[in-house]
Design a protein around this ligand. Structure first.
Ligand code: PHE
Length: 460
């Protein structure tokens, strides 16, 4: 998938190729690492309900808009907005490039943790779960693993071994799904698991606040790779006759489905190990899962645990590739830099910007206690700050702008026309009517108001 820019503009050989690539971008650390700790911080079931509502009611229309925009314009994220005399809208694309770059900077660090954990599990070091703080505080190891990870990402995007990664993901992604399903089944048999399931599935609506809604919205956008142009770029490779509605539905269901199963597994394990209520944050899966693997048995636990983190790293790789693709295609198109050079330069700069995220876990105090939000008890570290800024704020803002742009600048009827190339019935269907209504009114209203209220209360 990576080297799409160099392949002929014919793009994906068929719709399945596009769906797999977009699902590869969507499924990643967001589903397995981020979703559980966001649910835990956001109060459990109520967060899950909001997350699902945002995915289906708001993200679906925005995803359709991004893919349609990409297919219509055949451009990178910035070019797509500037197309047809809309030059002054190009800054939306710049925001997208910035969000993608910021996200990749910390995503790569977490992917490095996953890689490190694969090694720890294969070596049978289950106790690393209780020493997560030391693990992430050891910057030598993190530097090594995240350098390795960025290197592989750069290599794939630069050399275009896209055929290889596509083939590999056809085997590895279903393997990850299978493994999570098996682990979920096992987790549900553990003592105390049902308490976890209740926390996860039974909403306590008093937990719904602007703050948790903002978290759920950011999570929905992050997990679906929306609001930063990845799907615009990928959308430019979808065949004109392809049915976009079914493609979008498949991507959405795959992504939400995997997050949902991973959450069920995680909360069963958390409660059966008595680890609930400890906050966990970005360390949640890394503190909980080693104990779960240990309980499987000394040998089998090592193997399963090791493979789990290998597969998770692979899922992260298909996401980092799509994250790097966005700034790279922008630099190649706008600054006329050779692709190979652009990949290395952009990848290196983003890697450097990830270093404070790496050092903010106890190594350097300045990055560890980076900002103190209004009314918060504790300071947050650099990584959490970038995550709040890029994924919870910029992505919904990007989604808001995509909706406004599609509905009012590009215009709803042109959007409809584009979708109808593969779905003649779209405009008359309930789904089509809803999608256009959502882009015109619902998405701008909800995304705009939640983002504004939260920014004001959090950062000022
Ligand atoms: N969706 C990816 C994940 O859940 C992360 C991502 C965000 C990838 C934005 C591309 C763009 O892990």
């Amino acid at each position: 998938m990576a080297n799409i820019q160099e392949s002929s503009r014919g793009g994906f050989s068929n719709k399945l190729g596009f769906v797999l690539a977009a699902a590869g971008s969507a499924v990643g650390l967001g589903n397995i690492w981020k979703f559980p700790f966001e649910v835990s911080d956001g109060g459990g079931g109520a967060f899950v309900v909001m997350y699902l509502a945002f995915c289906f009611m708001l993200c679906f229309p925005v995803m359709m808009a991004e893919i349609a925009l990409g297919r219509k314009t055949n451009k990178n994220a910035v070019g797509a907005f500037a197309e047809n005399g809309h030059k002054k809208w190009a800054p939306i694309g710049i925001l997208a490039v910035l969000s993608g770059s910021l996200i990749l900077s910390f995503y790569n660090v977490v992917a490095g943790w996953a890689l490190g954990y694969a090694w720890e599990m294969f070596s049978g070091n289950f106790s690393v779960g209780q020493h997560f703080g030391e693990f992430v505080g050891n910057w030598h190891i993190n530097m090594a693993t995240s350098t390795a990870f960025m290197f592989v990402t750069i290599f794939i995007v630069a050399k275009g071994v896209s055929g290889g990664i596509e083939k590999a993901s056809k085997i590895l992604m279903p393997s990850l799904l299978f493994l999570i399903l098996a682990l979920m089944t096992y987790s549900l048999t553990q003592e105390g698991a049902m308490e976890g399931v209740k926390f996860y599935l039974i909403p306590d609506f008093s937990e719904i606040t602007f703050e948790t809604a903002y978290g759920a919205m950011g999570q929905a956008f992050f997990s679906l790779s929306l609001g930063m142009g990845a799907l615009i770029t990928y959308g430019s490779y979808v065949g004109k006759k392809d049915n976009m509605v079914s493609a979008t539905s498949m991507i959405l269901l795959a992504d939400v489905g995997i997050a949902f199963i991973a959450g069920l597994m995680m909360f069963s394990f958390i409660f059966s190990q008595g680890l609930q209520g400890q906050g966990g944050g970005a360390g949640l899966i890394f503190t909980v899962l080693p104990g779960a693997f240990e309980s499987i048995g000394p040998v089998l636990g090592r193997i399963i645990g090791g493979f789990f983190f290998v597969l998770l790293s692979f899922a992260a790789l298909t996401s980092t590739v799509s994250l790097l693709e966005v700034p790279v295609s922008y630099v190649v198109d706008e600054f006329e830099v050779r692709r190979n050079r652009a990949v290395w330069i952009v990848g290196f700069v983003i890697f450097l910007f990830g270093i404070p995220s790496m050092l903010g876990n106890g190594t350097v105090d300045f990055f560890t206690n980076f900002v103190h939000y209004h009314g918060a008890e504790k300071a947050v570290n650099f990584m959490d700050f970038i995550e709040d800024l890029a994924s919870d704020t910029f992505l919904p803002l990007g989604g808001f702008l995509v909706a406004v742009y599609t509905a009012y600048v590009w215009r709803g009827d042109k959007f409809k026309e584009e979708v109808e190339k593969g779905n003649p019935e779209f405009g008359n269907s309930l789904m089509g009517k809803y999608t256009i209504f959502a882009l015109k009114f619902l998405a701008p209203l909800i995304l705009g108001s939640i983002t504004i209220v939260t920014i004001l209360s959090k950062f000022f």
